[in-house]
Design a protein around this ligand. Structure first.
Ligand SMILES: [Zn+2]
Length: 253
């Protein structure tokens, strides 16, 4: 039996504190039975580890977000490093480069990203990578410090997606593929082999149609999954089986 899954969600975010139980209930009702909870902060990570639902299997990822690198000193870096080594930390992320919000600290972003990639190699953990307006630098570092990983909420060209796949990385598609102006994400899904695709919400952000304009949540990943099946003309059940296989190959059982 295969289920829908959300390879990248922030249900540990403040946005879900009021009604988390209902959010989890809707996940189970919509057959979203697996989810990777992403944390950028130690408090969120602790909170995420406590989230529980009897019908949902969670995995946990922690990483220093590129937008926060100016706030990170050696002591804090070391606290993250210690947690990465623990068994319950399934992945390192989201890490990466974001030149959309800050181009002034590119070198510092690259340094913190590279150091986390090196830790991932050393610890044999997959990476979950955020890249915005920085695709070439992201690619160069992920080529140099190669490990297992996924390009989360991939929003660049189909051509670059193929280059990441060549290095062995997965491409994760968010709700933007359902949006009206989705020309590029649609081109990406047609260019990435099915055994390299993942889907995600990145909730509370990037809500798919028909829920656009409201807070996103993991149960909405189904809209993204169904849209991909429709566009590629593939069977939903087959796609779910493939997604589950990809998810476990990358993040473990
Ligand atoms: Zn995220």
């Amino acid at each position: 039996m295969s289920y829908w899954l959300d390879s990248h969600c922030h249900i540990n975010d403040e946005a879900f504190r009021e009604d988390l139980d209902d959010v989890l209930k809707r996940m189970a009702e919509n057959d979203v039975r697996k989810a990777m909870i992403i944390s950028s902060y130690l408090e969120d990570y602790d909170f995420g580890l406590k989230i529980f639902h009897p019908e949902i299997a969670f995995k946990y990822s922690l990483g220093i977000y590129p937008g926060d690198v100016d706030e990170v000193d050696e002591e804090l870096f070391h606290s993250y490093e210690k947690l990465y080594a623990e068994e319950r930390c399934d992945a390192i992320g989201e890490i990466g480069l974001d030149y959309h919000w800050n181009k002034e600290n590119k070198e510092r972003q690259k340094e913190i990203f590279a150091r986390q990639l090196i830790l991932a190699q050393k610890l044999h953990k997959p990476v979950i990578v955020h890249s915005r307006d920085a695709i070439q630098d992201t690619y160069d570092l992920m080529k140099e410090y190669r490990s297992e990983g996924v390009m989360h909420c991939y929003s660049d060209s189909a051509e670059m997606a193929r280059e990441f796949v060549k290095l062995g990385y997965y491409i994760s598609i968010s709700g933007t593929v359902t949006w009206k102006n989705a020309r590029e994400p649609l081109e990406v899904i047609r260019n990435v082999p099915l055994d390299r695709l993942l889907i995600e919400t990145d909730c509370p952000y990037l809500t798919p149609v028909p829920k656009r304009g409201t807070r996103n949540e993991p149960s909405y990943v189904v809209y993204t999954g169904k849209k991909i099946c429709e566009e590629l003309g593939i069977d939903e059940e087959d796609f779910k089986i493939q997604l589950n296989e990809n998810y476990h190959k990358l993040f473990g059982l």
